[in-house]
Write a new protein. Structure first.
Length: 376
């Protein structure tokens, strides 16, 4: 069911309008965001659509195609709304906390973004609701400020310690572009990423691997990076330059911490190298950087699982220019840069490899870089 139909069904009236915000895949730059480094996501064509209509001031009601019934709340503080609706209550709270008058609203949500697959359905939800409330309330909130506000909803209200990438991608991406984001300054640059013109495509392979221990492992990686930065006497690992890596590693006794640092420092450089190649129009040439990123996540950051390693290997064996896991890790999706006419062959190769390994079948599709949050 789409968002407008859900709105009519649950609220018995027409919505004022529809707002959509996309999920994203990160082309390269994993676990670099909270190290104040670089990321390069692009928006998916799959979006979360919010059908929204007015409600009395200070009253919000939400529903979703994925959930029964409706949930209503007034002005709340973090912790008061605890179900999935916390993502919406968090956006309302973050707006109010920043001094904006969030308009009362009835909201119906329908997501085309697979939930919990590392494609950021959470940011798509937050960004669609945030954009709707800003438009309906006539709020003067510059686009540059919006991602941090949506991030606060997720970090502080929902309590998920994520970086700024997901919300930035969902709000600021443009069709046919990848978003180069400096996670320290929040400066962005739109990078040409017209795959079709080059006869190329990005195949996304959802590993469908069960997510396990994700929160704990994420927290452990983050802590390790922060401790390393502290020992090295820098504000964040972003401040360790590639030619200072060897010296930095010499200062660290812990072998695990050394590997974590090596991933972050080399990954930042791979993002910069990818951006440089794309700006020169050399899209195929980014393949080895993608594959090197995967090896770094597998061996140094240790966030991959057999399902994603097998998908990467199978895609490369089928002729992909490069392939890597995308997203926080421990499952989720792999992306492969392939010739556009090799999508079926690559998909079959991955499916066969999964069959041989006894894994649950993957889901594969082509991702074209889509647009950021907007009113439809
Ligand atoms: P991801 O962002 O990778 O999809 P998260 O765990 O960050 O995974 O966010 C998924 C959560 O976001 C869901 O468990 C649910 O609480 C919420 N969510 C996302 N989209 C919807 C939706 N359309 N309807 C209801 N809840 C949603
Ligand atoms: Mg998320």
């Amino acid at each position: 069911m789409n968002a407008a139909s859900l709105f009519r069904e649950r609220y018995g009236t027409e919505p004022t309008g529809l707002w959509a915000a996309p999920g994203r895949v990160n082309l390269i730059g994993e676990h670099t965001d909270y190290n104040e480094g670089f990321v390069l996501p692009f928006a998916l064509p799959q979006r979360t659509v919010a059908a929204v209509g007015p409600a009395p001031a200070g009253e919000w009601t939400v529903c979703s195609t994925l959930e029964e019934g409706t949930i209503s709340f007034g002005a709340t503080t973090p912790g008061e709304v605890t179900s999935w609706a916390a993502y919406v209550a968090g956006v309302v709270w973050a707006l109010q906390d920043a001094g904006f008058e969030a308009p009362g609203a009835r909201i119906a949500l329908a997501s085309e973004v697979p939930v919990g697959s590392g494609l950021s359905s959470s940011a798509a939800l937050e960004s669609s609701v945030l954009t709707a409330l800003i438009d309906l309330g006539g709020l003067d909130l510059a686009i540059e400020r919006r991602p941090a506000l949506a991030q606060r909803a997720e970090n502080v209200y929902v309590g998920a310690p994520t970086g700024i990438m997901d919300q930035s991608a969902s709000i600021r991406c443009l069709a046919g572009r990848a978003l180069f984001l400096d996670c320290r300054s929040y400066e962005v640059k739109q990078i040409p990423f017209d795959l079709a013109a080059e006869g190329l495509a990005i195949l996304v392979i959802n590993s469908n691997a069960p997510h396990q221990h994700v929160d704990g492992e994420y927290g452990a990686r983050r802590k390790s990076c922060e401790e390393a930065a502290h020992i090295l006497g820098v504000p964040a690992l972003r401040d360790v330059p590639p030619d200072g890596l060897a010296a930095a590693l010499d200062k660290l006794d812990d072998e695990v911490m050394r590997r974590r640092v090596r991933h972050v420092v080399t990954e930042d450089q791979r993002v910069l190298d990818t951006v440089a190649l794309l700006e020169q129009g050399r899209v195929r040439a980014i393949g080895p950087l993608l594959t090197a990123s995967h090896a770094s996540m597998r061996d140094d950051f240790e966030i991959t699982v057999p399902q994603v390693d097998v998908a990467v290997e199978a895609a490369l064996s089928a002729g992909a220019y490069g392939a890597r896991m995308t997203g926080g890790g421990f499952g989720g999706c792999v992306l492969a840069l392939i010739d556009a006419d090799r999508a079926d062959v690559t998909t079959e190769a991955v499916e066969q490899a999964y069959g041989k390994s006894g894994f649950t079948a993957p889901t594969c599709w082509i991702a074209t870089p889509g647009a950021g949050a907007a009113r439809l």
